[in-house]
Design a binder for this molecule. Sequence first.
Ligand SMILES: Nc1ncnc2c1ncn2[C@@H]1O[C@H](COP(=O)(O)OP(=O)(O)OP(=O)(O)O)[C@@H](O)[C@H]1O
Ligand SMILES: [Mg+2]
Length: 416
Amino acid sequence: MPDTIKAWLYGTHIANLTGRDTGKKIDMEYTHDAIDRWGIGSKILSLSMPLSTRPVPPKRSTSFFRGLLPEGQQLTAIARQIDVAESNTFALLRDYGKDVAGAIYLTNGDEHEPSPPTEYRKISKKDLARLVNETRLNQNPGESHPLGNTREHKGRSLDGYQGKLLVAKFGNDWFMPSQDGSPSTHIAKPPSNQADYPDLTMNEAVTMQWATLVGVTSTKTEIITDGDYRFMVQSRYDRLIEGPFRVSRIHQEDGCQATGTDPSRKYQSHGGPTLRLLAMLTGIAERESLLAQLVFRVVVGDTDAHAKNFSWLHQPDGKVTLAPLYDSQPGLHYVSNSLAQTVGTAETFPQLELDDIFEEASKWAITPKKSHAIVSDTVTKMADTIRSVDLTPANPSAFKIVKNRLDDFTKELKNQ
Ligand SMILES: Nc1ncnc2c1ncn2[C@@H]1O[C@H](COP(=O)(O)OP(=O)(O)OP(=O)(O)O)[C@@H](O)[C@H]1O
Ligand SMILES: [Mg+2]
């Protein structure tokens, strides 16, 4: 009898997962309970894996579940914590699958816990700063607490390359989820330890505060200072705080998961999905929101807007909406000037013109009139709100480039 992981979603045992090839491949079958609740063909778990009585194609299920795990040294650290190979997705999901992006909740063996525990330990701001620092990628992976997991308390995973701590905030107080699977409500990011990007986190914090004012995201981003140590904390849009210690999860998937793409192909140049493929996943209203997010990222000069930096939310009734914008920051003051996904015909920022955005929008079947209105509205809001953002924690040369770009876009739009 193979080892099985049970996947739960919105209180329903939705699927069974088994591992193959030393956990590198994940086979998945939906349950009768899932089919009874949502029906054959429902895309409640993923736009790339409709509910069916047949097993899900293993490439799809493997890519999807691999996509719940972190990359780089975060992955190395969680794999070392339980002494398995980084490629052993199955073993990693078994131990780190209780607080992930979205609402999936994984149990194993005879564990019967469809509803998440809700135990939290209060921590001071100083503790928070120390714990955030301990997730930094340059720590000895054996000693670090990746995503806040310790050998005793695991269960947390989040994709992405940067160090992170998954925490909770109720009122003005900070908490560590103290039992495997208690939902986090916030994501904290330490300063990047990558030598080439020392300013990355503060630039992201400021960009995300700006994005909130522009209205392309609903997340709230704080910059927290402890002495001269500064880090960012952002509210999770896939969590609903119903009261102190009462949190429900909202399911989400990213652009790789939604298109059945392996996370290693998140960039279009590595075989990842095009913007059009992502846009056409949903109806016109979501495409229009995606266009506003694209405009924001293009003006910012975000060189890392790959398929895992766009997500879609799945409500329990099956409704799918574009997730708010996240993980955006200027990139043009670094060496790279490439676009993570082609826009119109442009593959790099120097090639990109306003017309490329309109061309891209027309590929998504947005009318010229509507796309003009969205571009103009987003750029105007960006220009109106940048004055309200405290840019001082960020790198001034990065934001000088951003401001020049904003001026150029504003002028170009006036001349249209
Ligand atoms: N505010 C948020 N609320 C809910 N989920 C989020 C939020 N921000 C990020 N996520 C989820 O967490 C994942 C990782 O976050 P993020 O993209 O910020 O990490 P990263 O390490 O900077 O990524 P990258 O590898 O692209 O640099 C995202 O792909 C998304 O699924
Ligand atoms: Mg990311």
